[in-house]
Design a binder for this molecule. Structure first.
Ligand code: TPP
Length: 334
């Protein structure tokens, strides 16, 4: 099995428009700068609890969500900000959720790890590792029964490969030919342990055991991710059944914002290598410049615009009111 990468020479200028790749670039920058603000909120002690940053992995969420319709479903993880933004969530309501404010997506009761946005097909992030595999598969089951043509994408980290529920749902998905795509974001580490210490056999072998179409992609290459995802989404939509995509990637920060000293489980050189040689935003920027789609000044302008957007969103959230005390028991079902 080889890892799918985009061809730098052929370019995609003939098959996809400049606007699409500029949008993709902006979306990745939005995720990166959203996360910068999250870290800032944490260090300034404005955000209760912790958050798990997605920086470094942007090409996976953006490349895949760019292949989806707004009414397609996604489910996400504890590291879910990138998935939410890529599917269309708005940063002001996300920041409000992180700060526990009523304007947040879950009225401030969910926090960073539980953002859901039904209007954009986002069925929710989930703090339980592997916790959303059944939700995504159930959504795909409903889509098939209703004939809605919708597809469900289930994002999870390679740590979820140890969860038995994944194998129960993959079995059913393949038996019933459900329109679900399992996206395993392999960022190499389950918390503070390299995945090779927790994962026997191969990652793709877990899907091929069920006869599920399984592919691997360079998760730092947004065009490659988008190309593979487009194929799998089209296939799922025309009743081609489930698929499994392993996206190889890397998280730049610690497991969570408080994981500062990481040298006992990974080296600074390794982090530096990914940041300087494999950064998805830089790689895409370079390609767009070579295609004549952008120049350094226009990309700087995009960054400045996104930074202003994120600063305004943080201000909205900081100024927003907390829910009133009488709402404590509303929407609580357990
Ligand atoms: C069922 C369950 N077990 C353990 C945990 C604690 N935990 C939180 S994140 C994590 C590691 C997840 O690694 P991975 O799935 O690879 O995602 P990543 O953090 O790398 O994005 C663990 C063990 C949990 N949240 N849920």
């Amino acid at each position: 099995m080889t890892t799918a990468t985009s061809n730098p020479d052929v370019g995609h200028s003939t098959t996809a428009g400049k606007d699409k790749w500029l949008r993709v670039y902006r979306q990745m920058v939005r995720i990166r700068l959203f996360e910068e603000q999250v870290n800032e909120l944490y260090t300034r002690a404005l955000m209760p609890g912790l958050a798990h940053l997605y920086s470094g992995e942007e090409a996976v969420a953006v490349g895949i969500c760019e292949a989806l319709r707004i009414d397609d479903y996604i489910t996400s993880t504890h590291r879910g900000h990138g998935h939410c933004l890529a599917k269309g969530a708005s940063p002001d309501r996300m920041f409000a959720e992180l700060l526990g404010k009523e304007a947040g997506y879950c009225r401030g009761k969910g926090g960073s790890m539980h953002i859901a946005d039904p209007a954009t097909g986002n069925l929710g992030a989930n703090a339980i590792v592997g916790g959303s595999v059944g939700i995504a598969t159930g959504a795909a089951f409903a889509a098939k029964r209703l004939g809605s043509g919708r597809v469900a994408v289930c994002f999870f980290g390679e740590g979820a490969l140890g969860q038995g529920s994944l194998y129960e749902v993959m079995n059913l998905a393949q038996l019933w030919k459900l329109p679900v795509i399992y996206v395993c974001e392999n960022n190499l580490y389950n918390e503070y342990t390299h995945y090779s210490e927790t994962t026997a056999g191969t990652i793709l072998g877990r899907a091929t055991a069920f006869g599920i179409e399984a592919l691997k992609v360079d998760g730092q290459d947004v065009r490659a991710v988008n190309e593979v995802a487009t194929g799998l989404v089209t296939r799922a939509r025309v009743d081609g059944g489930p698929a499994f995509l392993q996206a190889d990637t890397y998280r730049y920060s610690g497991h969570h914002v408080g994981d500062i000293n990481r040298e006992y489980y990974r080296s600074k050189q390794e982090e530096q290598h990914w940041k300087s040689e494999r950064d998805p935003i830089q790689l895409h920027a370079h390609w767009m410049i070579t295609q004549g789609y952008a120049d350094p000044a226009s990309l700087d302008l995009t960054t400045a615009e996104v930074r202003a957007e994120m600063e305004a969103a943080v201000k909205f959230a900081v100024d927003a009111p907390y829910p009133s005390v009488d709402q404590v028991e509303q929407d609580v079902y357990a």
